[in-house]
Design a protein around this ligand. Structure first.
Ligand SMILES: NC(=O)c1ccc[n+]([C@@H]2O[C@H](COP(=O)([O-])OP(=O)(O)OC[C@H]3O[C@@H](n4cnc5c(N)ncnc54)[C@H](O)[C@@H]3O)[C@@H](O)[C@H]2O)c1
Length: 263
């Protein structure tokens, strides 16, 4: 039986990279995304390459959608072995200027998306009694401090502690589910155009955004490719690595934060 991998936010960037890599490794892939057209295109591309693939349009901020993703996965393939809670968006302004709608959107996708994934999939994985992996996409910004990307950082620090707690509680139960938290630095993806998926996109576009500045775009363009991130994830699954770093040079920032905390 093939291993079955579910990836949210699979239609673009890091999610697409992971879907392509897992499919190339012979896994059946369930690709989920809110954007239907690129999702259908990825499904067709993967099928052309001979992959076993199921596309499920999913808004990860919606609990019923994520439950449906779990149901469709198990109905189609009978099991799930890897879950990548990866969908994410960013919206950047000084933290006191963010509207309640900004908070709801970013926390809804980045944090609640992972919460819904855990609630829908962990009980099914526990019941299966097979080796499983959950890869939650946080960010280097979930491990460090600094100005900018306030809501995003709140969400990603949340994903880190959520992943740590999940790993520790599953270990206490001697379960066969391994947890990993992916903390990339800059990766060349569509993340700076996140507002394409925002429900109240009109209101959002009328405001100026730090994430649309030239500087940030240049930094991202100098980042690594989604395929390189997928390599890190695949290797971490093989080696049982919990914190997945893509930019070792950023470890100095984590050390500086920890030293600041310790005083
Ligand atoms: N690109 C980077 O430099 C970087 C760095 C660190 C972490 N990340 C994280 O990587 C993850 C993937 O982002 P990316 O950089 O590949 O960006 P991306 O925009 O290329 O891909 C994100 C995908 O998530 C989908 N998505 C957005 N809202 C959704 C929703 N409500 N439900 C389901 N899918 C939804 C988008 O349609 C898109 O396909 C995110 O969690 C992001 O925070 C990215």
């Amino acid at each position: 039986m093939k291993s079955v991998a579910v990836i949210t936010g699979a239609a673009s960037g890091i999610g697409r990279g992971m879907a392509e890599r897992f499919a190339a490794e012979g896994m059946a892939v369930v690709i989920a995304d809110i954007e239907e057209q690129p999702l259908a295109k990825l499904e067709a591309d993967l099928r052309t390459k001979g992959a076993t693939v199921l596309a499920v349009r999913t808004d990860v901020s919606n609990a019923a959608d994520v439950e449906n993703l779990a149901v469709q996965t198990v109905d189609t393939y009978g099991a799930v072995h890897i879950l990548c809670n990866n969908a994410g968006v960013v919206c950047s302004r000084p933290i006191w200027e963010h509207t309640p709608a900004d908070w709801e959107w970013v926390l809804g996708v980045n944090l609640w998306g992972v919460i819904h994934g855990i609630r829908a999939f962990v009980p099914r994985m526990l019941k299966q009694e097979t080796v499983c992996h959950i890869v939650n996409t946080a960010s280097i910004l979930g491990l460090v401090r600094g100005p900018g990307e306030g809501i995003y950082k709140v969400s990603k620090h949340g994903v880190v502690t959520l992943s740590e707690t999940l790993a520790d509680e599953l270990a206490q139960k001697d379960s066969q589910i391994q947890v990993h938290v992916l903390c990339p630095g800059w990766v060349r993806t569509g993340i700076l155009n996140s507002s394409r998926n925002r429900p109240d996109v009109e209101a959002h576009h009328n405001r100026q955004h730090i994430t649309e500045s030239q500087n940030v775009r240049a930094e991202m363009e100098a980042g690594i490719s989604p395929a390189e991130v997928a390599d890190h994830v695949y290797n971490a699954i093989q080696t049982g690595t919990f914190y997945i770093h893509t930019h070792p040079e950023h470890k100095a920032w984590i050390r500086a934060r920890m030293e600041g905390i310790l005083g």
